[in-house]
Write a protein that binds this ligand. Structure first.
Ligand code: BGC
Length: 264
């Protein structure tokens, strides 16, 4: 089934139609810059501009860099505060004229990796972590998403972990790979102690340079770089929109938040 996936990031809003059986993009993706400020009205228009480039899809999945419960955006750590408690799915759906599913960006990236990438066919507890502007987390048990975990905001040495160990901290503080990897190591060791996952999948821009820093991290849990890279958000959002289209909500809970398997 062709579903449009759209990924709202710190610098760009990107989208493409996705074959949700294979996880492949059906057309070259289209990108527009993320509006600044990234308020609700401007971002809805940017999403509409991306969607207007494509046709032949009947549902849309959209990522958001914060907590999303039943289509309502609950937090806005790295976007405009007008998103706090915004009825995002409804707003997008009204503007695009199609059913829309909205989910957290790291959850979407994790869904794509578990369904089609580095987490495929892996049993047990798996954790995806994305290192970018912030740190995003996504947790899966046997291919089922446990939505809206916010492990990027764990406390690390008295600070919000993402303010010290996200890729942005490396850039802003101009840290060497060794110094930054030391912080990421302490962060991952803490998450490992709390959750004992079987596997960490590492995503975000830094996963492309995994050879520079991954070997410096000495923890017990196996770690692999994400394989779908820039397209993971688009692909995962489309897969979640497919799930929402195929299942009834249970006791008022949106299907993709209610334990439907994301792997085929
Ligand atoms: C947000 C998460 C998001 C992550 C990556 C964090 O600041 O709280 O919801 O997944 O950034 O964008």
């Amino acid at each position: 089934m062709a579903i449009l996936g759209i990924d709202i990031g710190g610098s760009g809003v990107k989208g493409a139609p996705v074959d949700t059986a294979t996880g492949e993009l059906l057309a070259e993706r289209h990108r527009v810059p993320t509006p600044q400020p990234s308020d609700v009205t401007s971002v809805v228009e940017a999403v509409a501009e991306v969607a207007a480039q494509f046709d032949g899809f009947d549902r849309v999945g959209i990522t958001f860099p914060g907590v999303v419960v039943d289509g309502v955006t609950r937090t806005a750590a790295n976007v405009d505060k007008s998103w706090l408690d915004a009825p995002a799915a409804q707003l997008f759906s009204d503007r695009l004229g199609k059913p829309v599913s909205v989910l957290n960006d790291a959850d979407a990236a994790g869904v794509a990796e578990v369904a089609f990438g580095a987490g495929r066919d892996q049993a047990g507890l798996i954790m995806m972590l994305t290192f970018g502007t912030g740190i995003g987390s996504a947790l899966f048990l046997d291919g089922t998403l446990i939505p809206n975990t916010e492990f990027g905001h764990l406390e690390l040495d008295g600070h919000d972990a993402e303010s010290k160990a996200a890729d942005r901290a490396r850039e802003v503080e101009d840290l060497s790979w060794e110094k930054w990897a030391g912080r990421v190591r302490d962060y991952l060791a803490h998450v490992e102690m709390l959750l004992s996952p079987r596997l960490f999948i590492i995503g975000g821009g830094v996963s492309k340079k995994a050879d520079r820093w991954l070997p410096l991290i000495d923890i017990r849990t196996p770690m692999v770089p994400a394989t779908l890279l820039n397209n993971a958000g688009i692909i995962g959002a489309a897969r979640i929109a497919e799930i929402d289209g195929e299942h009834e909500s249970r006791a008022g809970v949106t299907p993709h938040e209610a334990g439907e398997k994301v792997a085929h």
